[in-house]
Design a protein around this ligand. Structure first.
Ligand SMILES: [Ca+2]
Ligand SMILES: [Ca+2]
Ligand SMILES: [Ca+2]
Ligand SMILES: [Ca+2]
Length: 228
């Protein structure tokens, strides 16, 4: 037991000392067809390689003054704060629990008044399509992360109304209901030159059934050894 604990400590040190962007690589596909309003999300992302593969996912950005290039790949670190960018909230800028709650509901496909099926009935007046829904969610995230107010992001009153509903009402309700714990920030670095880039949101998958079974078996093995 003592030997394995020493090994675990060494592994922990190795993780701390590793280079920036060591948790994996993702590709930014672009903002079409549901993003792009005001330079924001939805962003279409695809996991490429590395210890953490997220598959295909839709995301939103956290830093107003950082950019991403369509088709470019980025190495990333998984974090609970945005780093090296942004115009407000500090560096590092901790992920707001309300941002996390809104994004988890989005990633689950359950965010209220968001037109996921893009048939034009999103928003508080049932007139927003999915791109306008994304415009509102991005505006809400920028306000919560102290980048820019909703009113300074968009002139559209119907988009402002949905974004303000998310910030003023829904975000706290979702956080109180326990949403957001599985949300992380990817601190991203452009693969070609290592430059610190835009930070985006991601949902950490629940452990797979196989991994849970393996953890259970490991627990049994440890208990047996302790007993002898
Ligand atoms: Ca950054
Ligand atoms: Ca709809
Ligand atoms: Ca910020
Ligand atoms: Ca923050």
């Amino acid at each position: 037991m003592k030997k394995s604990m020493t090994l675990a400590c060494l592994a922990g040190l190795a993780t701390l000392a590793s280079a920036a962007g060591s948790d994996g690589v993702v590709r930014f596909n672009g903002t079409a067809p549901f993003g792009g309003a005001n330079g924001g999300g939805e962003f279409s992302m695809t996991g490429v390689s590395g210890p953490r593969l997220f598959g295909n996912f839709q995301s939103f950005c956290l830093e107003l003054n950082e950019s991403l290039s369509p088709g470019a790949s980025y190495s990333f670190d998984i974090n609970t704060a945005a780093t090296n960018g942004g115009v407000g909230g500090g560096n590092p800028d901790p992920l707001d629990a309300r941002t996390a709650a809104l994004y988890e509901a989005f990633a689950n496909g359950t965010l209220a008044s968001y037109d996921f099926d893009n048939d034009g009935d999103g928003g508080l007046n049932s007139n927003l399509n999915r791109q306008r829904s994304g415009e509102a969610l991005q505006a809400a995230i920028w306000e919560l992360e102290q980048e820019r107010t909703i009113e300074n992001t968009t002139n559209r009153q119907d988009v402002r109304d949905l974004a303000n509903y998310y910030v003023d009402v829904l975000a706290q309700q979702l956080a109180d209901a326990g949403l957001g714990a599985r949300v992380r920030i990817l601190n991203m670095y452009r693969l070609s030159n290592g430059a610190a880039s835009q930070d985006i949101l991601v949902l950490i998958p629940l452990p797979q059934a196989g991994a849970l079974a393996a953890m259970g078996l490991a627990g049994i093995a440890v208990r047996r050894r302790t007993r002898r």
